[in-house]
Design a binder for this molecule. Structure first.
Ligand code: OAD
Ligand code: ZN
Length: 246
């Protein structure tokens, strides 16, 4: 493929935003593509606080299945290219990886500076805001296929540490993402449909700062006009050619 690498130098300041598309070639279904998760599951039932209140067992079955499946797959060349970029910039540049993915594949590929804006599949917390466990979450790989687990402190329900529709992002993670984007030379979005807010608006922060905005995606997403450079194709094929350090 005849593709010129992006102009990234060792002292560049880069923010990458990833979505489900970067994990597609690892074998994890995206959300909105045909055959995606939101075609097979009702978002309101499995990814809202109201759905959890109505049927926590169903919600835990859904996320337990995601936990089980994400463990059986491996990071792909796109995830590894991202980790290589971070190493390339480590000495003199700045790198932040803002990911909407909860699958843990970036971490497993060796990325370090990650802001997981939609939470993590492998963390759990108490759903009761008044619990002395508070809002703290903890590592948890366990599967709950037969019913929702309960908190040993307050007896209330535990929940996956994932940001659902209608919920706010973690304020510390959100502000760290916004600050990094407000200070970058290059904003690179990979494998995301640009349909979910507030993250879909992050490209505006980069544009306001005068950063170059680049998109790598299989198809043209809703906010494609906000990118000055668009590479259509598979992340695992394109990223190793576009990024230095790989
Ligand atoms: P989507 O499923 O909405 O979009 C995935 C995007 O990746 C689409 O635009 C595809 O064209 C593209 N794509 C698919 N395969 C690709 C490949 N191999 N290489 C590159 N691009 C590819 O997923 P997200 O944008 O991540 O939130 O969705 C955002 C949020 O909505 C998710 O974090 C999730 C979901 O509801 C929560 O669960 C809270
Ligand atoms: Zn509790």
């Amino acid at each position: 493929m005849d593709l010129r690498p992006l102009d990234i130098r060792p002292d560049s300041s880069v923010v990458v935003l990833t979505g489900a598309g970067i994990s597609a070639e690892s074998g994890i279904a995206t959300f909105r593509d045909s055959g995606g998760l939101w075609e097979q599951h009702d978002v309101r039932q499995v990814a809202t606080p109201e759905g959890f209140a109505a049927n926590p067992d169903l919600v835990w079955r859904f996320y337990s299945e995601r936990r089980r499946q994400a463990r059986t797959v491996e990071p792909n060349a796109g995830h590894f290219a991202m980790a290589a970029l971070e190493r390339f910039l480590a000495a003199r540049g700045r790198f932040t990886l803002v990911t909407q993915n909860v699958d843990g594949l970036h971490q497993r590929a060796g990325s370090r500076r990650i802001l997981p804006v939609h939470g993590s599949l492998y963390r759990t917390r108490c759903a009761n805001v008044d619990c002395e466990n508070g809002s703290k979450s903890w590592d948890d790989e366990s599967l709950h296929l037969d019913g929702a687990p309960h908190c040993h402190k307050c007896g209330g329900l535990l929940r996956p540490d994932i940001v659902w529709f209608g919920e706010y992002l973690d304020p510390a993670i959100e502000s760290a993402a916004r600050e990094a984007i407000a200070d970058c030379d290059l904003f690179l979005a990979v494998g995301t449909s640009g349909a979910v807010w507030p993250v879909a608006g992050y490209v505006e922060i980069a544009l306001a700062r005068g950063a170059l905005t680049v998109l790598v995606n299989l198809e043209r997403p809703e906010n494609v006009s906000r990118f000055s450079e668009v590479h259509l194709g598979k992340a695992a094929e394109l990223l190793p050619l576009l990024l230095p350090g790989a």
